[in-house]
Write a protein of this length. Structure first.
Length: 105
């Protein structure tokens, strides 16, 4: 990357400004417990949509079951919103009331 040299304008020296890009805000994607969605279905969702292996998915599923909610992952806003939409649609197609939400991390 080439560096810019300060330029002179009259008697003033102009320094180049560097744009600082902020990292995107991150959002947690959560599954919420209900009394109707089978545990095996939750494990499938975690494996299919969040790339977890069976052991990780089972651990998160048990956290959802015991504590009422569990974190599936942390993503930029667009990715998190897409995951919520995909999981919700998949659950509805399979006639389960599984709730998937996102909240700012």
């Amino acid at each position: 990357m080439a560096t810019q040299k300060p330029s002179r304008e009259g008697n003033t020296v102009l320094e180049p400004k560097r744009a600082l890009a902020k990292p995107p805000r991150l959002y947690k994607v959560l599954l919420l417990n209900d009394d109707f969605t089978p545990m095996d279905f939750v494990v499938v969702v975690l494996q299919q949509y969040f790339g977890m292996n069976r052991e990780q998915a089972t651990s998160v599923m048990l956290k959802v079951h015991r504590e009422g909610r569990g974190v599936c992952g942390v993503f930029p806003r667009d990715v998190a919103a897409t995951k919520v939409e995909q999981v919700t649609e998949f659950a509805r197609q399979n006639q389960h009331p599984l709730a998937c939400v996102m909240e700012e991390s």
